[in-house]
Write a protein that binds this ligand. Structure first.
Ligand SMILES: [Zn+2]
Ligand SMILES: [Zn+2]
Length: 230
């Protein structure tokens, strides 16, 4: 009987998506060990504007460019099992990964100041998912589809990541809707890597919609601190 139990357990148990070991709890995505390897963004000891890790007290991101948003915050770090979580949610559309992200979302401190939430276009819709999740915790209004990518002849579903990046360089912002001049805006993406995309989007909102920098905020579901970590 015990052997049969073991066989049944083995058949029911899934592999942890991160370490690929068999684990005993069907319904979860990660084993208990890997579940502890999901790290949240913590704004302490980071740049107050962009959230970069400070080196000798200075932020290389803000030092080296003009920043068009007043503050950026994040939910998870793209490191350890967090990487698996993002990939499962983004590329496999895993319901369990999406449910985990939604339930454990770390809300930005400035969320109650926000009037409008603007998701960036993303090939897998995770930026829109994140914007929706934020909206459920605030009275802000979701403005979908105001950022556009230039039209492409080819099937955009199969865009490589670098191709998407080059497309985002040409991001277009719709004309300003009738919103009060004092409105604060949050631009939402799924991952912040170099910060270039969110800063470019913030620049569009600042220059095209004439929104002061102090009223522009950014949020990404994940923050990637080390570029080499894949
Ligand atoms: Zn594991
Ligand atoms: Zn900074």
């Amino acid at each position: 009987m015990r052997i049969l139990d073991t066989i049944l357990w083995y058949l029911a148990a899934e592999n942890c998506r991160h370490c690929l070991q068999k684990y005993a709890e069907p319904g979860l995505l990660l084993c208990a060990h890997c579940a502890r390897q999901i790290f949240f963004f913590d704004p302490t000891q980071r740049c107050l504007t962009c959230g970069s890790l400070l080196k000798n007290g200075t932020c290389s991101f803000c030092l080296n460019r003009e920043v068009f948003f007043s503050r950026a915050e994040f939910s998870f770090l793209y490191t350890a099992a967090g990487r698996t979580l993002l990939k499962e949610a983004k590329f496999h559309n895993s319901k369990r990964a999406l449910a985990y992200l939604k339930t454990n979302l770390r809300l930005p401190n400035f969320l109650n100041q926000i009037s409008y939430i603007l998701p960036l276009p993303s090939s897998k819709g995770l930026a829109h998912f994140t914007a929706n999740a934020l909206q459920q915790h605030s009275s802000a209004q979701l403005l979908s589809g105001v950022f556009h990518l230039p039209r492409k002849k080819k099937d955009t579903k199969k865009l490589a990541q670098d191709e998407r990046f080059s497309q985002l360089e040409n991001l277009i912002l719709s004309p300003k809707p009738a919103i009060p001049a004092t409105s604060s805006i949050i631009i939402v993406d799924d991952i912040f890597t170099s910060g270039a995309t969110l800063n470019r989007s913030a620049r569009l909102v600042h220059e095209v919609w004439q929104v002061p920098r102090e009223q522009i905020f950014c949020y990404a579901l994940f923050r990637r601190d080390a570029l080499r970590e894949i």
